[in-house]
Design a protein around this ligand. Structure first.
Ligand code: G6P
Length: 605
C-alpha cells in the first residue's frame, strides 16, 4: 500500500527519493509524487501510473533541493489522478500520508469557506494540508501548526510534513501506520519501512503508536501520544535484511517460490530441537478451551489449514475467521481461549483491529508474523516469527509456506501439551517435518509441467479448484493466487460440495484443478473428479505417483508430486498452486510482482 520517504540530505533529494520509492513499489501503488524545498521555495511533481512516469517528468521538469518528501499512492478516496496524488499542498505546507482520515468529511465541511468547489482533490489528505495552512495563517510556527493539525485527526495515518521556507525541517507522526526515522551522517531520513531507507542508513528509530517527531539534520525530537517528550531506541537494521534483489529470476515471485526450501529450513532451525518441537516463545495450549485464528487473504488460508492440524493432532477446537468479519460481528470471545492472528506484514489494518478487539477479552493474544518490528508483533502477548525474510511479490508465497510450517509446529506442540500424542509420536512427526525442505525442493520439479500447461489455463475465463480436507484451503490458495496475478476468474470448492451447485458451471471450457494426494480421502476425491469428467470437465489432477496410477485415468493432465506424510501435504501442494498461477500470469504477460489494484500490505480497513 502507500509508501513514504522523507529526506533532509546533503545531496539533491529528487533522485534519491525516486530510488527509495522504487524500493517501495512492491507495496502496490497507482500514482507517485515528490516535493522539495530549494532556496526556501516549496515545489512538487506528481504523475499517475508507474514511477517511470514520475522519473520522465523529472527529466523534463526537474526539481532541485536537498530536503523533500515523496510518496507512492494506492487510491482510497478518489481515483488515481495527478490531482489526487501526493504530496498534497496548501499554501506553505505539503504532506504525504499513508492511511485514512476518518473525520475528513467533517474537517472538509469546516474548512470549506467558499463552498465545496475550491478543493483541489477528492482525497482525505487534502484536509490535512488545508488545516495546517490555516494554523500557519494564524501565526503558528510550522511545528505548532503541524501538531495542532494532528490533534484534530481521527483514523489511521503516517504523515510527513514539509514547509515552504524550511529546508531543515520535517514533522512526522504515526497512528496506525508504521513510520521509521533513519539517522545518517549529518543527514536524516523518514520512511514507511526499513526497505525505503535501506541503502541510506542502517540506523533507524521506529516511531511508536501516537508518536510525533520533529526532524532536522541535527537529529529527531520525539513526543509520545500524551504529548511528553520521549526518547526511542536507535536500532541497527542490517543492510542485508533490507536488500531486495531478484537473484537472477525474472520476477520476485519466482525467486521467492524457489527460496522456499531454504526459508523452511531457516524456520525449522528456530522451532525444532532434536526430535521435539521447541518454539522460540513459550505458550501453554493445555490451558486453553479453544483457539480462534484471525487473518486476511493468504494468511487466512494458512489459518484454515491450521484448523485441520490443531483439531486432528491436539483435539483443540479451532475457529478461523476473516479479520474484517470477526471484528464487526460481535464474536463470543472465550476468556479461557486464545486468539491467534496470522499476518506476513504484521500491519494489515483489519487484522490489527481484530487483534485489538480481542485484547483484554481472550486469555492470550498470539501472533504468527514475518516482520518482527510490526505493530502486531509488538502489541500481542506472544509473537511467533516465521523467518521468511523480506517478501516483495504482492502474491504471498514463501510467507505462506513458512506460516504453515510454524502453525504445524505449534499444532504438534499443542498436541504434546494436551497429552494427545506421546514422545514417540512427536519424534515421528518431527522426523517427517524435518523432511520438508527436501520434499518442497522436489516439488519444484513440477515447474516445467506447470509452464507447459500455462497456455491452456491462460485461455480459460473460469477455472475451478477442488480439494478435500486440508486440501480444500489449498484449493482456495490456488484459486486466490491465480486470480491475483493472472486476472482469471477462479473459485475453490470443497470437492464434496461441488454437486450442491457449482457443478452447474462445468463444461469443456472450464479447467478443473483437483488437488488430491494419495491419502485417506483420495477415493472420495476421485469420485468427485469422475462426476466432473462425466460432464466433459477438463481435469488437471495434482497428486503423487500412486495417486496418478490409482485414479489418473481420463484426466487431461497430471502433475506428479513427491509422496509425503499426509500432515505435510498442504505445505508441498502450495508449490504447484503457486507455479500454476505464476506461469499462467507470465504466459498472459500480466504484471506478476505488482498486480493491478493489489497492495502488499493493506493498511486501510
Ligand atoms: C494483501 C496481500 C495478500 C495477503 C493479505 C494479508 O491482500 O496482497 O497477499 O495475504 O494482504 O496480508 P498480511 O500481511 O496480513 O499477511
Amino acid at each position: 500500500m502507500c509508501g513514504i520517504i522523507g529526506i533532509l540530505g546533503d545531496h539533491q533529494a529528487a533522485p534519491i527519493m525516486v530510488d527509495a520509492l522504487k524500493r517501495l513499489e512492491y507495496r502496490g501503488y497507482d500514482s507517485a509524487g515528490i516535493a522539495t524545498v530549494q532556496d526556501g521555495t516549496l515545489d512538487r511533481r506528481r504523475a499517475v501510473g508507474k514511477l517511470a512516469n514520475l522519473a520522465d517528468l523529472l527529466v523534463t521538469d526537474p526539481l532541485a533541493g536537498r530536503a523533500g518528501i515523496g510518496h507512492t499512492r494506492w487510491a482510497t478516496h478518489g481515483a488515481p489522478t495527478v490531482a489526487n496524488a501526493h504530496p498534497h499542498r496548501a499554501g506553505r505546507v505539503a504532506v504525504v500520508h499513508n492511511g485514512i482520515i476518518e473525520n475528513f468529511a467533517a474537517l472538509r465541511r469546516e474548512l470549506s469557506v467558499g463552498g465545496d468547489g475550491d478543493w483541489e482533490s477528492q482525497t482525505d489528505t487534502e484536509t490535512i494540508v488545508r488545516l495546517c495552512e490555516h494554523h500557519l495563517s494564524q501565526g503558528k510556527s510550522p511545528q505548532d501548526a503541524a501538531f495542532a493539525t494532528i490533534d484534530r485527526l481521527e483514523g489511521a495515518y503516517a504523515l510527513c510534513f514539509l514547509f515552504d521556507g524550511e529546508d531543515d525541517l520535517l514533522v512526522c507522526a504515526r497512528a496506525g501506520s508504521p513510520l521509521a526515522i533513519g539517522h545518517g551522517e549529518g543527514e536524516m531520513f523518514v520512511g514507511s519501512d526499513a526497505i525505503a531507507l535501506g541503502p541510506l542508513t542502517d540506523r533507524m528509530t521506529y516511531l511508536e503508536e501516537g508518536d510525533r517527531a520533529v526532524v532536522t539534520r541535527a537529529g529527531a525530537r520525539i513526543w509520545d501520544g500524551r504529548g511528553r517528550q520521549t526518547s526511542r531506541d536507535v536500532q541497527r537494521i542490517p543492510l542485508d535484511s533490507q536488500r531486495i534483489e531478484k537473484g537472477g529470476h525474472r520476477h520476485y515471485m519466482a525467486k521467492e517460490i524457489h527460496e522456499q526450501p531454504q526459508t523452511i529450513s531457516d524456520v525449522l532451525d528456530a522451532y525444532l530441537d532434536g526430535d521435539r518441537v521447541a518454539p522460540p516463545e513459550a505458550v501453554d495450549f493445555a490451558a486453553l478451551s479453544r483457539l480462534t485464528i484471525v487473518a486476511c487473504g493468504t494468511a487466512h488460508i494458512a489459518g484454515t489449514v491450521a484448523k485441520y492440524w490443531f483439531e486432528q493432532l491436539a483435539r483443540l477446537p479451532v475457529e478461523c475467521d476473516i479479520a474484517s468479519e470477526y471484528r464487526y460481528r460481535d464474536p463470543v470471545i472465550a476468556a479461557d481461549g486464545a486468539v491467534m492472528v496470522v499476518s506476513q506484514s504484521g500491519e494489515t489494518a483489519d487484522t490489527l483491529a481484530a487483534m485489538r478487539h480481542a485484547t483484554g477479552k481472550a486469555a492470550r493474544i498470539l501472533s504468527v508474523v514475518n516482520v518482527p518490528t510490526s505493530s502486531i508483533a509488538r502489541e500481542c502477548d506472544v509473537a511467533f516469527p516465521i523467518h521468511a525474510g523480506v517478501e516483495v511479490g504482492v502474491a504471498s508465497t514463501k510467507a505462506f509456506v513458512n506460516q504453515l510450517t510454524v502453525l504445524l509446529c505449534l499444532a504438534v506442540l499443542a498436541a504434546r501439551q494436551r497429552g494427545a500424542i506421546d514422545a514417540a509420536r512427536e519424534a515421528e512427526i518431527v522426523g517427517d517435518i524435518r523432511r520438508l525442505p527436501g520434499l518442497v525442493s522436489q516439488s519444484l520439479a513440477v515447474e516445467e509441467a506447470c509452464a507447459d500447461l500455462s497456455g491452456w489455463l491462460a485461455e480459460a475465463s473460469d477455472i475451478l479448484f477442488l480439494g478435500r480436507g486440508a486440501m480444500y484451503p489449498l484449493a482456495q490458495e490456488g484459486a486466490l493466487k491465480l486470480k491475483e496475478i493472472s486476472y482469471i476468474h477462479a473459485e475453490a470448492y470443497a470437492s464434496g460440495e461441488l454437486k450442491h451447485g457449482p457443478i452447474a458451471l462445468v463444461d469443456k471450457t472450464v479447467p478443473i484443478v483437483v488437488l488430491a494426494p494419495h491419502d485417506a480421502l483420495f477415493e472420495k476425491s476421485i469420485s468427485n473428479m469422475q462426476e466432473v469428467m462425466a460432464r466433459e470437465g477438463q481435469v488437471l489432477l495434482v497428486t503423487d505417483k500412486s495417486g496418478a496410477e490409482a485414479g489418473g485415468g481420463g484426466v487431461r493432465a497430471t502433475l506428479t508430486m513427491p509422496a509425503c506424510p499426509p500432515l505435510l501435504a498442504p505445505i508441498l501442494y502450495a508449490v504447484p498452486a503457486q507455479l500454476l498461477a505464476y506461469h499462467t500470469a507470465v504466459h498472459k504477460g500480466t504484471d506478476v510482482d505488482q498486480p493491478r489494484n493489489l497492495a502488499k500490505s493493506v493498511t486501510v480497513e
